[in-house]
Design a binder for this molecule. Structure first.
Ligand code: URA
Length: 243
């Protein structure tokens, strides 16, 4: 893989990343002697392997390494959340080509004029878990509004804003952190099309600008300027359930 740096890692972690089993199941599997490293049975789950160098087998079937990558992007306004587009620049155009080769995609969607936290990964299972409506992963947004919609908006959000006859939003937490300009923090547990904008519209205010600050336990690194990205730290990967 183009200049991707592989590191040595624990045998149980390597096999977990390959989707063989959960970490606790893997410890048993390894202790039973079903895993070999370079042709030798290895019963130590903490034994370090380098996926680029060592040949690992499970029940004598070779395990080929597919590296997962997790990037935090501070999405700027004006960029599409997509992997490619004939006319517009997409979030993948902000990354070096090596990530495209690793088949990364955005986990979730921000509108073209929304900025802030976007997770980009090639781990489809993890992305699915974060985005599944059933999992109710909270997302925190900062919204600047054109006017103050009144305290009643806080209650309406708490009870679930009626958007139209087909869609009532799940209960959401709303608080105001500034009045001039009017800036609100809103935490929602689903991610329908234009959700935050439509929720504020339903209580009589227009969203002037929108920024995502958090997704689950993952917080936007304020050191990242719009358009900048970095790989998640080990701690952040744990927070999103990647490790
Ligand atoms: N809600 C919106 O209205 N837009 C976004 O980009 C994200 C949430």
């Amino acid at each position: 893989m183009e200049d991707a740096v592989m590191e040595s890692m624990r045998l149980d972690r390597f096999l977990k990343e390959e989707g063989i089993a959960t970490r606790s199941e893997l410890r048993k599997i390894i202790r039973k002697g079903r895993v070999k490293v370079d042709g030798e049975v290895c019963t130590d789950p903490g034994h370090h392997v380098d996926p680029e160098i060592n040949q690992v087998t499970f029940d004598d079937t070779p395990i080929h390494h597919s590296e997962y990558v997790y990037l935090m992007l501070n999405k700027p306004k004006g960029i599409l959340t997509a992997t490619s587009d004939r006319y517009a620049r997409t979030v993948l155009d902000l990354l070096p080509d090596k990530y495209r080769l690793m088949k990364v995609f955005p986990a979730g969607r921000l509108d073209k004029d929304t900025e802030g936290l976007l997770l980009i990964t090639n781990n489809g299972t993890l992305a699915h878990n974060l985005l599944s409506p059933k999992k109710r992963v909270p997302k925190l947004y900062e919204a600047q509004l054109d006017r103050y919609p009144g305290d009643s908006a806080i209650t309406a959000f708490k009870e679930g804003v009626v958007i139209n006859s087909e869609f009532t939003a799940l209960p959401a937490d709303l608080r105001f952190i500034s009045m001039e300009p009017v800036i609100a923090l809103v935490e929602i547990y689903e991610g329908k099309f234009h959700q935050v904008k439509r929720m504020f519209k339903a209580v009589g205010a227009e969203v002037v600008s929108l920024k995502r600050l958090k997704m689950g336990q993952l917080t936007l690194d304020e050191m990242l300027k719009p358009g900048e990205y970095r790989e998640l730290t080990e701690e952040e990967k744990t927070l999103i359930g990647a490790e």
